[in-house]
Design a protein around this ligand. Structure first.
Ligand code: UDP
Length: 259
């Protein structure tokens, strides 16, 4: 059997050629990076958890009419996705002050924001993903006005939905990052949600204890990364009940659940 063709390798995922034109396979690695890849490490089992969590959230979002690149999960670490042309913008949605917002503006971490903020960053590792405004996006043609309208609209819908989803399991959705991609149908293109939604790109705080259940555990050397990701999966109902559950049990659980 010939080895399938690798299309792209990112920090946490690899993209392979898919079985049909217009599809790709997205493979979730255990690699973790922070601070523009200055800090590197491995979180054993993270890829399996992110694959499962992202599948779950993208499926739910599809169910409320948000178009996404997700087609189906293939196995523990891979999912089949639609091939898109990635819009070179990271869309960050904030409900509570944390991270770079705190550093940049001196707002106290944990402050509930009076309104949701959407920020845009230009996806460029060499430049360290700088904060940009819609003026820059329009000026340099990174996305059209119409695309930006659709992106902002989807970002708000995703945020509303995810705030509720996480509140129901005792988690505060502090902030998160989304990426969008263009798909072409005949001569027309539209933007759909792409990449992943997982604790790698979200800040998720326990509502009672304030405990961080996301990549900040890695960024801030708090330890217990995989346990935190597992706790998110467990609360979302993606792990078999029982104290001894491990990442390896996940796939078995899914197969049994279907019976
Ligand atoms: N984020 C991300 N990838 C990035 C930058 C940010 O997934 O390259 C996510 C991050 O996990 C957080 C949110 O976007 O949930 C806001 O991040 P922030 O701007 O505070 O950046 P950071 O703290 O990573 O410097």
């Amino acid at each position: 059997m010939s080895r399938r063709r690798q299309i792209y390798e990112g920090k946490a995922k690899i993209l392979y050629e898919g079985p049909e034109p217009g599809t790709l396979i997205q493979y979730f690695k255990d690699d973790a990076t922070a601070f523009n890849a200055q800090k590197k490490g491995t979180i054993s089992g993270k890829g399996v958890l992110n694959n499962r969590i992202s599948e779950h959230i993208f499926t739910l979002l599809g169910g409320i009419g948000v178009p996404t690149h997700f087609i189906r999960r293939l196995n523990m670490r891979e999912q089949l996705i639609r091939q898109v042309e990635i819009v070179p913008i990271e869309v960050v949605i904030r409900n509570v002050a944390a991270g770079s917002l705190v550093k940049r503006l001196g707002i106290e971490a944990g402050t509930q924001l009076p309104r949701t903020i959407i920020e845009y960053y230009y996806k460029d590792d060499a430049l360290g993903d700088p904060l940009i405004s819609e003026e820059h996006i329009a000026c340099f043609g990174w996305a059209s006005q119409e695309e930006m309208h659709d992106i902002a609209d989807m970002a708000i819908r995703v945020n509303d939905f995810m705030c509720g989803l996480f509140a129901a399991i005792g988690i505060r959705l502090v902030d998160f990052k989304l990426e969008f991609g263009r798909i072409w149908e005949n001569d027309y293109s539209r933007v759909i949600l792409a990449d992943e939604i997982s604790p790698d790109g979200c800040r998720l705080w326990d509502m009672v204890s304030g405990e961080k259940l996301d990549k900040d555990r890695f960024r801030l050397d708090l330890g217990g990364e995989v346990e935190a990701y597992q706790e998110i999966a467990r609360r979302l109902g993606l792990m078999p009940e029982g104290a001894e559950t491990t990442v390896a049990d996940l796939d078995t659980h899914r197969k049994n659940k279907g019976k």
